[in-house]
Design a protein around this ligand. Structure first.
Ligand SMILES: *Cc1c(COP(=O)(O)O)cnc(C)c1O
Length: 379
């Protein structure tokens, strides 16, 4: 790779992370729930206006906690998009419940409320929604369905920190939400995540589940004089070293997201002409949403061969990629899940979607990406 090569992603790194990590290490308390974990939890609660935030070691862990908090039982059904990452579905399957996959909206690529309503049965217990590309789902429609049938709603907000729906933060639009701080997300600590609760009644059980099923959190607050095993749980805490790393980025989230949005907007303006010429379709963000510039994707036209396009990008040292092999037709999806309704949009976009490189502080990298895309279609 030459120095002109544009990677698909570079983990966000601001520089101040190192100082915080040293403070954490030198404090002599590096396990979970130290000073930096508390500061991250408080930051999330304040910024989002949430009842409770609990740092976890991944979004996958936060989704597993959410599935436990939904009290899912064997045979219960959870409606979710097929067009998502495997963790959304695994969390449900690990509880013995059945993911029921439905299609996404053809403009936003987010779960289609009409498809949700059509998929409800007497066994449906919850809806897990995914804010794809950091663009919030149509939550008013989804919450109305949930209320009508008494269902829990969980937001997989892995990609959506800093996004809003009608002015309200993603991650506070339903009962619970899971965020990711994996290196591919806007903010990261290598691996990392958070469970965010809008319903305060879930807070105490969430703490217990996260602390191996014990009431250790209450013990640490002096509310009980010893801690013991009180419920089912696991170890979902990150080390305080990772929390120290993450805090630096949380405190600068607006700079990070603004920088990514500038690249996103650059792509959007620069690629308008090629869209008008019919080569592909650019992302369509609903009017109700403000997103965080998490990812930029195009849907190639029918006459474009995606493998050929991706190979041409590679030739130009631009690391573009596809996104999401649908879950409903994957080996585990067929074994553990069920499909409700047509999958027309999911099948189409998963075959034709291309993600362009997008990361913090890309500099002129985005010019190189635009040039590579343009040269493919004008050659
Ligand atoms: C990244 C991602 C996850 C998993 O996040 P981890 O922190 O790696 O566990 C889950 N769901 C969606 C939609 C994601 O984008």
């Amino acid at each position: 790779m030459s120095k002109n090569a544009v990677p698909f992603n570079r983990p966000t790194l601001l520089g101040g992370e190192f100082d915080n990590v040293l403070v954490a290490i030198n404090s002599g308390k590096v396990a979970g729930d130290g000073r930096f974990t508390k500061l991250c939890n408080e930051w999330l609660e304040t910024r989002l206006g949430a009842a409770k935030a609990l740092l976890t070691h991944s979004c996958t862990a936060a989704l597993e906690m959410a599935a436990l908090l939904c009290n899912l039982q064997t045979g219960d059904e959870v409606i979710m998009p097929s067009f998502t990452f495997v963790s959304t579905a695994n969390a449900v399957v690990l509880r013995g419940a059945v993911p029921v996959f439905v299609d996404v909206d053809r403009r936003s690529f987010n779960i289609d409320p009409v498809a949700i309503a059509a998929a409800i049965t007497t066994r449906t217990r919850a809806i897990f929604v995914v804010h794809y590309a950091g663009v919030p789902c149509d939550m008013d429609a989804i919450n109305a369905i949930a209320r009508a049938y008494g269902l829990k709603v969980v937001e997989d907000a892995a990609q959506a920190l800093g996004s809003t729906y009608k002015g309200r933060p993603a991650g506070t639009l339903a009962d619970m939400a899971a965020f990711s701080f994996h290196e591919t997300k806007n903010l990261n600590s290598g691996e990392g995540g958070a469970l965010v609760l809008s319903n305060p009644d879930l807070a105490e059980r969430a703490e217990i589940i996260r602390e191996k099923g014990t009431d250790r959190s209450r013990f640490l607050r002096g509310q009980v004089d010893k801690y013991t095993w009180v419920d089912v749980g696991s170890s979902y805490l990150p080390s305080d070293i990772l929390a120290a790393y993450l805090l630096t980025q949380l405190q600068d989230v607006d700079r990070i997201n603004t920088n990514r949005l500038a690249t996103w907007n650059h792509y959007h303006v620069a690629l308008a002409g090629l869209e008008a010429a019919g080569h592909f379709v650019r992302p369509q963000v609903p009017d109700y949403a403000r997103h965080n510039g998490h990812l930029y994707s195009i849907i190639l036209g029918d006459e474009v061969n995606r493998d050929d396009f991706l190979a041409a990008m590679r030739q130009n040292e631009v690391a573009a990629t596809f996104h999401y092999v649908p879950l409903h037709s994957s080996p585990a999806g067929l074994k553990y899940g069920r499909t409700a309704g047509e999958m027309t949009v999911t099948d189409r976009i998963s075959e034709r979607l291309v993600r362009l490189p997008l990361y913090f502080d890309m500099g002129h990298g985005s010019d190189r990406v635009v040039e590579a895309v343009a040269s493919y279609f004008t050659a």
